[in-house]
Design a protein around this ligand. Structure first.
Ligand SMILES: [Zn+2]
Ligand SMILES: [Zn+2]
Length: 75
């Protein structure tokens, strides 16, 4: 892929330009949507881009902490 900043020819899988260090746009493998460098998920199909990172917040029911058992003082 050609760097949009300096026109250097970088490998297709390059995330950053070898010549100027500019972030390269990535392409979604399943749907070939061009994504901005900062995209972590494809806006076209929802495919996760790049390394496995924190998934989107999953709706989880807040768990209430267990109530402490009453302490029976037998002294
Ligand atoms: Zn460059
Ligand atoms: Zn996609």
């Amino acid at each position: 892929m050609i760097c949009s900043s300096c026109q250097a020819n970088n490998p297709d899988q390059a995330k950053f330009c070898m010549q100027c260090g500019a972030a390269q746009a990535s392409t979604c493998p399943p749907c070939s949507t061009e994504l901005p460098p900062e995209a972590r998920f494809c806006f076209g199909c929802g495919h996760q881009i790049g390394e496995a990172s924190t998934p989107p917040a999953v709706a989880s029911t807040p768990v209430a902490p267990p109530e402490p058992e009453p302490i029976t003082e037998s002294v």
